[in-house]
Design a binder for this molecule. Sequence first.
Ligand code: AMP
Ligand code: TRP
Length: 331
Amino acid sequence: MKRILSGIQPTNTLNLGNYLGAIKNWVPMQKTHECFLMIADLHALTNPPESEVLRRNTREVAATYIACGIDPEYAAIFVQSHITPHAELSWLLSTITSMGWLNRMTQFKDKAGKDKEAANLGLYAYPVLMAADILLYQATHVPVGEDQKQHLELARDIAMAFNRKYGEFFTVPDPAILGEASRVMSLRDGSKKMSKSDPSDMSRINLTDDADTISSKIKKATSDSELLPDNLAALENRAEARNLINIYAALSDRSAESVVQEFAGQGFGKFKPALAELCVEKLSPISTRLHALMQDTAALDALLAKGAERARMVADKTLREAKQRMGLLLS
Ligand code: AMP
Ligand code: TRP
């Protein structure tokens, strides 16, 4: 059976970008793939949050997965730091990853800011830990948003480098960048991606937002004063318009082309209320379930313990064999 591994960092509340770029695509895969879905708390430490906040967010991400339709009976939902082989394999893989490869990572350049010397080593080595996450489970597919593409290419390079040096062992994973909104843009600025860390809350729809908030954020989203054309190609230089069309398409499981055709000749005065209604219909039940799940942290913790048990069985076995191939004496 094909297997997926994916994860999200527990930094701030998840938003529409995380939903459309990642979680929504995992839901149908539960029936066709063996699913390992983690909460990447070790990755979140690269931008150190307050301890209590990190603990709360870790549970909130688990609750979000479930609220969005992930069923813990099918998928193993677990916390990355509960499975110690992630950190261990990351070290092993770091010995076959060249600095040149890491120096090309654009996310490091963006996140490290101007003072690269002050950036922490974890931020630099982040993609090696991500490769370890994926390779530990011998994942065949990794469903993520467009922004993770470069990290996945690196994970493939690391798997191939290991296989060349120590014999065929790791599955070389394929990226699964799916849907009409694999890169959701900010509601304020169509040139920036929707992000958990944008200082403006109006730039994103959080999965905890209530119906009124969702609706007002869509209605206030930056757009333009032109009418919608009858084909997508004509939206090439209208980033905000294109983004709102993509969101509509992804939420309604339609192609962006068919959405633009439906609204051809209309302005945002007509399109935005339709989009706001669709967002409320699809997202407010998620927010309601999420709030309810967060009331019972003991149940969430129990579920994470079960997920960890399933993950550990696979991870321990892979790590052991990787160590043996690398010449480490097994205990
Ligand atoms: P992160 O928030 O960086 O932990 O991302 C978790 C997942 O959400 C990854 O699969 C990302 O590619 C995806 N993601 C984050 N932001 C966006 C966005 N604006 N559009 C589409 N996917 C996104
Ligand atoms: N780096 C990913 C992100 O920020 C999160 C992540 C960590 C991940 N490990 C992963 C995604 C393994 C897919 C597979 O979006």
